[in-house]
Write a protein that binds this ligand. Structure first.
Ligand SMILES: Nc1ncnc2c1ncn2[C@@H]1O[C@H](COP(=O)(O)OP(=O)(O)OP(=O)(O)O)[C@@H](O)[C@H]1O
Length: 835
């Protein structure tokens, strides 16, 4: 009997043992399950939830289902978002320098420099086996038989309820949508002294070659501004907010200098200065593109950003169920698959887990491999694709051929041997064949008969969201269909607490949609959302489309309708990957290779800047300005005539027409305020686990945002969304698209039709093995309180059902030994794995 047949038989056997427990299982909403049929686990899981519910609601929990938020006042779930712990969050610097940007013609900015790639830039690429043709293992053959994969052993797997509930409220994690770079330790730069006016500018690229660039004069206002404004403020309240809300720090002593001033004091100071400078024609642009208002606002935001970066970083506190999962992974070393509806904090949790695992493996970082099914998802968590990690290239060959290929690639082989914990994000887009192949490859390369050669797996994703790209028109084969799926995972855990949508009614509608069981009431509610949305701040809803071409067409048409010539910003890319792979990788990065912008263009921020300007924030381009217009150290420190200095500053604005002009964007921040920011280039990197950079792109952290693809929207939280269901053609698309919205007030749905909302039947079956879909629809968004409330009604004998393996019921009849014959030669599809 072959290995996989044995695995299948084992699962079938287990399934039959557990079948009697199914009925009671289905009464449970999102139990934690384990392949280990330990009968006592259920009670303990229930107790866990009971304990959880008996604890007073913690501060981090949303006022769950208690109020409907309005995108206009932004009292949304995002308000409580903590700031990003981002050493670069206040960086408004640029590495670009292009002359002639004031020319009144089409402007192409090449965000490039002549800096050679960083030293750790690698030219290794695991896909091309020819690159490693002189390897020693050419004649190696995989062993014909490996030890049998152990059947779900009667191991003493700790049950979730056995685990100590982390009591520390100090479970900190960075902002969920943080760029990978935000999790890196800050680059070496001087800690600002207590009285330091502002952090030094950071030049990500130049710093490596030209340290003197870092020593460039600080970005600060001319001293004249500081002095004059500091001494004229008498009353913080007596100022004009110009409609821009701003938090005033608690009980701060009266400011004595500009940089020590409270935010509102700064505002008042600038108002006074503005009044002086505007003169009778106040508000008129002082350059072709940017008005004084823009400049003042941008200075203001720069001050805020500086202050916030120095302030103590706030952080999301993980919920109790999130902490449980993290504990299982980090402390207990268990292989875990955690799933849950959109917005339940899977990404937040995964980032927190990665942070902790990085600490755990600080001495040997290569023990941790962070991967995702697609390049986009990988970029979002600072990892690489699963294909890239494993060194299988397109992965179409059979296992033995792939093993040989990896053995010829020392770095890939090393990764397989060294990795102790493998993170896989967006599992919904991983194909079952790939999962089985990698599991088998791990066994062979690590000479360990356990699935994946004993590597701890930490997997997340939601199978109701975008599925794997179908190959050659055949049916989707999900990772949970893999023969080795349930054997590879100790615990399957469903997160239940929805953070993104705080309106219980809306969360309920989405949950019905997710499960494909939509009540008439929900149909009516969705149909009522067809009304057009208009917002007083002028920022329009972002329309989500299934295809990239629709997105490009829509954005282009809107841009063309604006007056003037576009300012074009070209990305600066670095990579030594083979051209086809590089192209695919770059084409799937969030930051575009070319970005055309005009005054009036609607844009979305694609990096976190601080606590309220985050990945996903929408804004409008107000104009274009040079960096120097926002921070000039013009050597006037010693002069005493402040008015003269102000005039000098004004003149500097006029004279800096040779510097590159970047977009000044007025953003709709997540706290409901409007904030203006000069957007300068940022950098994105794709790195191997050992820190080697495979590819990097420098580009403005902006995309046009009248339209966005559903693929790129996956994982985003958006305040204003428009979806036309007539355009939807794939299962999961409608759910992904609609579940991006935080509120109904910020969602417009055209042509809502029940039949357009397609949940894959096998996905439904799979989740039915975790909880009853009927129960879930009724319970909608389950909470820990729901579990506690249910407890008395659950008969004690039903408890053992929770110990059932996650995928057994759905997979038993469909599970099959993997067939590794040549798949359809669809290069394009396979390459999609890289993005
Ligand atoms: N413990 C928490 N406390 C407060 N807010 C949270 C918490 N966890 C997540 N959030 C917030 O919920 C929103 C959704 O989180 P996240 O993107 O991690 O969800 P997700 O499950 O990954 O969603 P999707 O499946 O749609 O990608 C974010 O705005 C995030 O800040």
């Amino acid at each position: 009997m072959g290995m996989f047949e044995r695995a299948t038989a084992a699962a079938a056997n287990q399934q039959s043992q557990n079948s009697s427990r199914n009925a009671s299982l289905k009464k449970q909403l999102f139990p934690s399950s384990s392949p280990n049929p330990v009968s006592t686990s259920t009670a303990k899981v229930d107790e866990m939830f009971l304990r959880a519910s008996q604890q007073p609601p913690s501060a981090h929990r949303p006022s769950q289902f208690s109020s409907t938020t309005n995108p206009l006042n932004s009292q949304s779930s995002n308000i409580s978002r903590p700031p990003v712990t981002n050493p670069k969050s206040n960086t408004l610097s640029s590495i670009c320098s292009t002359n002639g940007s004031f020319a009144d013609k089409v402007e192409v900015i090449h965000i490039a420099d002549d800096t050679p790639p960083p030293q750790n830039f690698t030219n290794e690429w695991d896909l091309d086996e020819d690159d490693f043709s002189d390897e020693i293992d050419l004649d190696w053959e995989a062993p014909s038989a490996l030890p049998e994969i152990p059947r779900a052993p009667p191991k003493s797997t700790p049950q979730i309820s056995d685990l100590p509930i982390p009591t520390s409220e100090a479970t900190l994690t960075s902002w969920p949508d943080s760029s990978p770079s935000h999790f890196a330790p800050p680059r070496a730069r001087a800690q600002p002294a207590p009285q330091a006016p502002a952090p030094k500018r950071e030049y990500p690229y130049h710093a490596q070659q030209a340290p003197e660039v870092v020593k460039k004069p600080k970005r600060e206002l001319p001293p004249a501004w500081k002095k004059e404004q500091a001494i004229t403020i008498e009353d913080e309240e007596a100022h004009d907010h110009r409609g821009i809300s701003e938090a005033t720090p608690d009980a701060k002593p009266k400011a004595t200098s500009f940089w020590d001033a409270t935010a509102s004091a700064v505002k008042a100071q600038k108002k006074q200065l503005k009044t002086q400078q505007k003169g009778p024609g106040g508000g008129k642009p002082v350059t072709d593109d940017v008005s004084w208002d823009d400049v003042h606002d941008a200075v203001d935001q720069h001050v805020k950003a500086s202050k916030s970066s120095n302030a103590k970083a706030a952080a999301i506190q993980l919920s109790q169920e999130q902490r449980h999962v993290k504990n299982l992974v980090v402390e207990k070393g268990q292989s875990v698959f955690f799933t849950g509806p959109a917005g339940t904090g899977k990404s937040v949790l995964m980032r927190s887990i990665i942070t902790d695992l990085k600490k755990k493996y600080a001495r040997d970082p290569e023990k941790l491999a962070v991967t995702a099914s697609t390049g986009l998802a990988a970029c979002n968590i600072g990892g690489i694709t699963l294909h890239s990690f494993s060194g299988i290239g397109l992965g179409k060959e059979d296992v033995n051929t792939l093993v040989k290929k990896i053995r010829r690639n020392p770095k890939a082989k090393n990764r397989w041997i060294k990795t102790k914990t493998l993170i896989i994000d967006e599992i919904s887009m991983v194909d079952s064949d790939l999962f089985d192949k990698l599991s088998q490859i791990g066994r062979i390369l690590r000479n360990n008969g356990r699935p994946w050669g004993g590597i701890q797996l930490v997997i997340t994703g939601d199978f109701f969201q975008l599925p794997p790209v179908p190959e050659g028109g055949r049916e989707h084969r999900f990772a949970f269909d893999a023969a080795t799926w349930s054997l590879s995972i100790d615990h399957t855990i469903g997160l239940t607490e929805v953070f993104r949508q705080r309106d219980p009614g809306f969360a309920e509608m989405l949950n019905e949609m997710r499960l494909g069981k939509i009540s008439d009431k929900t149909v009516k509610n969705f149909q009522a959302l067809k009304r057009p949305l208009t917002f007083s701040d002028g920022i329009q809803v972002t329309e989500l489309f299934p295809t990239r071409s629709e997105v490009e067409r829509s954005n282009k048409a809107r841009l063309d309708s604006l007056k003037g010539s576009p300012h074009t910003f070209q990305a600066a890319d670095q990579s030594t990957l083979p051209e086809n792979v590089r192209e695919k990788l770059f084409s799937n990065m969030m930051a575009p290779p070319t970005l055309d912008l005009k005054k009036g263009a609607q844009v979305m921020l694609i990096k976190n800047m601080d606590e309220t300007l985050v990945n996903g924030s929408l804004g409008t381009v107000e104009g274009f300005a040079t960096e120097d217009q926002f921070g000039i150290d013009n050597g006037l420190e010693d002069e005493s005539d402040t008015k003269k200095r102000v005039r000098a500053f004004t003149s500097a604005l006029e004279n800096n027409k040779n510097a590159v002009k970047y977009p000044v964007v007025r953003f709709h921040a997540v706290d409901g305020s409007q904030r203006v920011l000069l957007c300068v280039p940022e950098e994105w990197k794709v790195e191997l686990p050992n820190g080697e950079v495979q590819a990097s792109r420098k580009q403005l952290p902006l995309i046009l945002a009248w339209a966005l693809s559903i693929h790129k929207a996956q994982g985003q939280t958006m305040e204003r969304v428009k979806v036309d269901l007539n355009k939807i053609f794939e299962k999961g698309q409608a759910y992904v698209a609609l579940s991006r919205a935080t509120t109904q007030e910020g969602l417009q749905v055209l042509n809502f039709n029940k039949t357009k909302v397609m949940a894959h039947p096998r996905v439904i079956n799979f989740y039915n093995s975790l909880y009853g879909a009927d129960v879930a629809v009724k319970k909608k968004t389950g909470t820990l309180d729901d579990f506690a409330y249910q407890k008395p009604a659950v008969a004690a004998p039903a408890k053992p059902a929770l110990a059932k393996p996650a995928a057994a019921p759905a997979a038993t009849t469909q599970r099959r030994a993997p067939v590794y014959d040549d798949l359809d030669a669809d290069e394009e599809e396979a390459m999609a794995s890289f993005g």
